[in-house]
Design a protein around this ligand. Sequence first.
Ligand SMILES: CC(C)(COP(=O)(O)OP(=O)(O)OC[C@H]1O[C@@H](n2cnc3c(N)ncnc32)[C@H](O)[C@@H]1OP(=O)(O)O)[C@@H](O)C(=O)NCCC(=O)NCCS
Length: 188
Amino acid sequence: MIRSTVLPYKASRVASFLGKGSITVGRERPGSIRFDEIRCGVDKSRICSAILRQLPDWFGLEFAIGDYERKVKSQWFLAAFAEDKPVGFISIEEHNLYTSEIHVMGILGIFQGHGLGSELLRVAEAKLRMTPDKQFLMVKTLSDTHPDPHYRQTRRFYRKMGFYPLAELTALWGEENPCLLMVKTLRP
Ligand SMILES: CC(C)(COP(=O)(O)OP(=O)(O)OC[C@H]1O[C@@H](n2cnc3c(N)ncnc32)[C@H](O)[C@@H]1OP(=O)(O)O)[C@@H](O)C(=O)NCCC(=O)NCCS
């Protein structure tokens, strides 16, 4: 069954998660953004690839993009569309009954800062909370010990969304790319 809600462009805060399937946020009209849960692995991979390749300041390594393309196929995946063109997505990795992870998310440059990322995350969290035991959502990003200005914006986004720095993992991506593990609780 396809379920829909509506998100007027630049007015994301009104959307509500209505359940499984396709989600449209805002009224279906020019300027609105549609959110669809994607179930086909090939489609997930294609959307992920198209978006990440347009975000070279964050995703510049070909082997890393290839890795994302492969792994998202089996993950819960929500995409945002403007006039049927994918403009953003979030992909969630299941670690165990209690903890999930934002494996990767991205919004095309001109659509950034309009609430799409927070809406994707809000819907993903609502979906995770439907599993009663699910407690934590985590994300790995570039640490603030690295001077990259683009990932500074990314960390600001996650802090604003309620994530807290948990630990720096220098062994994971190498000393030159210190990884910051951030986490938020999904329960009050
Ligand atoms: C990070 C990202 C997913 C956020 O999505 P978005 O749609 O741009 O973010 P939103 O418009 O929902 O912003 C939500 C809040 O995050 C913060 N934020 C977002 N972008 C920011 C920026 N560039 N600088 C500072 N804070 C920012 C703001 O506080 C904002 O809240 P406000 O509008 O009330 O001030 C998106 O900008 C993106 O794709 N960035 C490049 C790729 C990336 O970093 N992916 C995540 C790594 S896996």
